[in-house]
Design a protein around this ligand. Structure first.
Ligand code: ATP
Ligand code: MG
Length: 412
């Protein structure tokens, strides 16, 4: 993309109530636009980051045999009434509205009820199981407080996956596959090192659920971990019984702030029983389907990465999620001619700062936008047959010969 063609401009100030550093940078660098508290628009650069995150998630889920779908955002109250979750007392985050023709509708906060209902059409026999389906979709939640930019919002993008099994063994097998896929996903997103699978409360249907928590000071949750971090648990399960079971002592645990970037739940028959999702088993008996659900906060993950990968100048995207790999800066007449040549054929990897601005302004924007490599093509450099490349994360600079320059050979 050519910056001269972009309608988005970097801003001197973030919205005044934006306090988290990553959130300020996302606004100032033009990744997102704050519409109202807890509601954000994604601009071209932000959309590319989201798409990169989604692509990694899709890749790993497809690899374990999940099928992608897209469920409706407008929701029928009926299945929610059957599970007793239409009640605003039980589910306080509902956004609900009325149909002009009469009757009520909900705006999707999650999809257990609709997908359970939908599967009644397709799951009849044990031969139809196991199966797993996921979607990446906008969710609406009437959160009491929006927080930390795109990390807690009232409209957000979630990946939600649901598994359906005939037996506990089938369920467990998929659950473990999902655990492994999640670890790969967070590794590929660049937050694997700081993301821990934690023991969390599982409700009445399983002893624990698991959350994936990324350590960060602006996280809303507190997690507790032992010295080698082999046991990490959420605050709500920090009690004597659980500690004994996990074989850890309270005094050997440390605490840290963390953000929940995903979770996995064994649901057993929590939704299938009230909604009547059954299958005919080999013994010719009808049994309720065993379910699991698995979430990842796609837009929250983007917020967490922005928070963790930043310095005092701006964002520092890991390569896998960066909207473009190279920030190309042209300086001077010969520099511009050469940069134009280099840009051709690399439109998808290069953000080309071809604007008529002072070099200092381009450098500042390059730092703020935070692409992995800054490539400077200047008159002065070309006189010496030189192109300068800087690694945004390390600040390291390398000189490449201009006449044989190729983006693909940049690595350090
Ligand atoms: P939290 O405890 O943070 O409210 P949750 O338990 O309500 O999360 P789920 O309903 O399981 O979360 O949603 C799955 C994932 O979606 C979460 O792990 C989180 O990453 C993300 N998520 C949940 N609520 C929000 C929100 N309001 N804004 C952005 N992401 C969210
Ligand atoms: Mg919540």
């Amino acid at each position: 993309m050519r910056l001269s063609h972009s309608f988005v401009k970097t801003l001197h100030d973030a919205p005044k109530d934006e306090t988290a550093r990553g959130a300020q940078y996302l606004s100032r660098a033009g990744y997102v636009h704050k519409e109202l508290a807890g509601v954000y628009d994604y601009l071209p650069l932000g959309l590319r980051v989201l798409d990169n995150i989604k692509a990694i998630v899709r890749d790993e889920l497809d690899a374990i045999g999940c099928q992608e779908i897209l469920l409706s955002t407008l929701q029928n109250p009926e299945p929610w009434q059957k599970t007793d979750r239409w009640d605003i007392e039980k589910m306080d985050v509902w956004f609900r509205t009325e149909l002009a023709a009469g009757g009520e509708l909900g705006l999707a906060p999650t999809h257990e009820e609709p997908i359970t209902n939908l599967m009644k059409t397709y799951i009849n026999s044990y031969k139809d199981l196991p199966l797993a389906a996921y979607q990446i979709q906008t969710k609406f939640r009437n959160e009491l407080r929006a927080k930390s930019g795109i990390m807690r919002t009232r409209e957000f993008i979630m990946k939600d996956l649901y598994s359906f099994a005939a037996t506990e063994a089938q369920h467990d097998e998929f659950y473990h596959k999902a655990e492994t896929a999640y670890k790969k996903i967070y590794d590929r997103l660049g937050i694997g090192e700081d993301t821990y699978q934690t023991f969390a409360s599982g409700g009445v249907f399983a002893k624990y659920s698991h959350e994936f928590q990324t350590l960060t000071d602006i996280g809303e949750d507190t997690v507790y971990y032992n010295a080698d971090r082999s046991v990490v648990l959420n605050e709500e399960v920090l009690n004597d019984e659980v500690l004994a079971e996990l074989g850890v002592k309270r005094e050997e645990l440390q605490s840290a702030k963390a953000a929940e970037v995903g979770n996995i739940f064994t649901l057993k028959t929590k939704y299938s029983a009230p909604l009547g999702l059954e299958f005919m088993d080999q013994d010719c008996k009808k049994k309720p389907v065993l379910m699991g659900c698995y979430g990842i906060g796609i837009s929250r993950v983007m917020g967490v990465i922005a928070e963790k990968y930043a310095d005092d100048k701006g964002l520092v995207w890991p390569e896998q999620v960066a909207p473009y790999k190279y920030y190309l800066i042209s300086i001077g007449e010969a520099g511009t001619k050469k940069a134009e040549e280099l840009y051709v054929g690399h439109e998808d990897d290069v953000l080309y700062d071809d604007r008529d601005l002072r070099p200092g302004e381009k450098f500042a924007d390059a730092d703020l936008i935070g692409l992995p490599y800054r490539v400077i093509v200047s008159d002065r450099g070309l006189e010496k047959n030189e192109i300068e490349v800087m690694n945004r994360a390390t600040g390291e600079t390398k000189i490449f010969p201009a006449d044989t320059f190729n983006f693909k050979t940049i690595a350090f």
